[in-house]
Write a protein of this length. Structure first.
Length: 259
């Protein structure tokens, strides 16, 4: 915009090549030799500088990663790093004969760097069980991204809030994020975990099931029932045996009288 009220924003991903536009373009009737160009970061750190058509300065961290278009003065940064995130300033001075250099333009813009997070990974661990439900500790984790993300979730399309924690070595280092929930699953629940960062989002879903299938065992017969059954069987066997002997003896007697 150039009015100082609103900065331009340029977005880039880690590892990409990005061009930062300057506030001035050299007319075709002139050359870079008539200008001094300073690309600065955070208004104090000179990234790249040209004077009288020659490069006069390059910051050590940007060596072999930066170049400038000598016509439209765009600053090109390759293999973008998270540390490149921040405010940049293009200052252009015009060298006129018998006069001190005149500032043609001085404008800032913001480079917003993002690094992709891994696809969220959901794990569920059973902590307790009853016949009615399974208590689970559910965790969702994602790593290696930037900037600091938001983690959100839903159970059967109803929003839930994760107990979230973030780990990063510094303000300009990749983040690891972990969310945790404790759930009572009665039948089955579909849980979704989403990690959102700089307009991007990645989501994973997992179906949780009640793992405990209680089967009520059939009650064993009581001791009295077993004893009674055994006595009946024994008496029945004795009765059969006595009847057999009786009929056997009757048969012998009848044959004796026939003689």
């Amino acid at each position: 915009t150039g009015d100082g009220l609103e900065k331009k924003t340029v977005n880039s991903k880690v590892g990409a090549k990005v061009g930062l536009p300057c506030c001035h373009e050299i007319p075709s009737s002139e050359t870079l030799q008539n200008y001094r160009v300073y690309w600065q970061k955070n208004t104090t750190e000179v990234v790249l500088a040209y004077a009288e058509g020659k490069k006069i300065s390059t910051h050590k961290r940007y060596e072999n990663r930066t170049e400038m278009n000598t016509s439209n003065l765009t600053l090109l940064i390759s293999a973008v790093e998270i540390l490149d995130n921040g405010s940049y300033q293009c200052v252009v001075q015009h060298r006129r004969s018998s006069q001190n250099p005149v500032v043609v333009c001085d404008e800032s813009l913001t480079l917003f760097v993002t690094a992709d997070f891994s696809m969220p990974n959901i794990t569920a661990e059973v902590s307790a069980e009853t016949c009615e439900s399974t208590e689970m500790v559910v965790k969702c984790s994602s790593y290696g991204g930037f900037p600091k993300p938001k983690i959100s979730g839903a159970i059967n399309n109803e929003s839930v809030v994760w107990n979230a924690s973030w780990v990063s070595e510094s303000n300009f280092s990749p983040y690891n994020v972990t969310g945790e929930l404790r759930l009572n699953v009665t039948k089955e629940d579909n849980i979704t975990c989403s990690v959102e960062y700089s307009g991007f989002a990645k989501s994973t879903s997992l179906l949780l099931k009640n793992t405990n299938k209680c089967i009520v065992p059939t009650a064993p017969p009581s001791y009295n029932v077993i004893t009674a059954s055994s006595i009946i069987i024994i008496i029945s066997l004795l009765a059969i045996a006595l009847a057999a002997r009786y009929f056997s003896r009757q048969g012998k007697c009848s044959s004796f009288f026939k003689e």
